[in-house]
Write a protein that binds this ligand. Structure first.
Ligand code: SF4
Length: 78
C-alpha cells in the first residue's frame, strides 16, 4: 500500500507534503506532485499536511479519483 495524490493537487502544488515526508517519496511533476509507491512508508504525515485534502491512503481513494493510483505509479519508471 502507499499514499496517493489526487486531483485537488492539480495546479495547486502546495509543497507542505514534500516538507513533511520523512523519506522524500514525493516528487514534483508538471502540474502536481506524485508519491513514489515503492518509497512511501505509509506514515500518513502528508495526508494531514495537505491543505487541499488531495492525499489518501490507496484503499481510501474515492472512486472518482481511482485513476490517480496508476498515475502516481506511472510517474516513476521501474
Ligand atoms: S505517507 Fe509518509 S512516507 Fe508516504 S508519501 Fe506521505 S509523508 Fe511520505
Amino acid at each position: 500500500m502507499a499514499f496517493v495524490i489526487t486531483s485537488p493537487c492539480l495546479h495547486e502544488k502546495s509543497a507542505e507534503c514534500v516538507e513533511v515526508c520523512p523519506v522524500d517519496a514525493i516528487h514534483s511533476g508538471k502540474n502536481m506532485y506524485y508519491i513514489d509507491p515503492d518509497i512511501c512508508i505509509d506514515c500518513a504525515a502528508c495526508e494531514t499536511a495537505c491543505p487541499v485534502q488531495a492525499i489518501y491512503a490507496e484503499e481510501d481513494v474515492p472512486d472518482e479519483e481511482k485513476e490517480y493510483i496508476e498515475m502516481n505509479r506511472d510517474f516513476f519508471p521501474v
